[in-house]
Design a protein around this ligand. Sequence first.
Ligand code: ADP
Length: 165
Amino acid sequence: MKIAVYPGSFDPITNGHVYIARRAAAIFDKVIVSVLLNGQKNSSAFTVEERCEMAREALSGIKNIEIDSFNGLLVDYVRQVNARVIIRGLRAMSDFEYEFQMALMNRQLAPEIETFFIVTDPKYSYVSSSSIREIFSFGGTVQNVVPPDVFKKLLERYQGKSRKS
Ligand code: ADP
């Protein structure tokens, strides 16, 4: 069974993440979308449990996707779940340098593990969790970039602030 891990902070999961997870699920027998616990930044909008719940809801229609969370070194986690592949999404060249460095570092740590890059749909190339958090925190909203359940959670989280659309 070919198992791949799609790691990230998913704070919160966006339609860009969903797109990558869906394409990975069409290639691998099982894809584990795993939320990174490491040093939860104070800037996190959602707890790991909330992020997992939103990811579970957004990806519930895809049978071979599981949601999990992990702490520590990614390669240790990948080995622990018997996976051989790390999935990463690429939006633009700006993602590439960081992702390339991380892939090489992970190969140094675990030569048997492969990093797979999946290119985003152009319509999500500008979408990042951090920009979405920022927009909602200032009272703005953006449509069609996050799953409906995430949209609701973002409104709840930042409700009470003035909102423009
Ligand atoms: P972010 O960079 O938005 O905080 P994560 O740390 O959760 O997101 O990223 C997990 C992975 O998903 C990374 O490989 C990242 O490049 C990728 N990714 C994030 N947003 C998108 C998007 N809109 N389209 C495709 N891949 C994405």
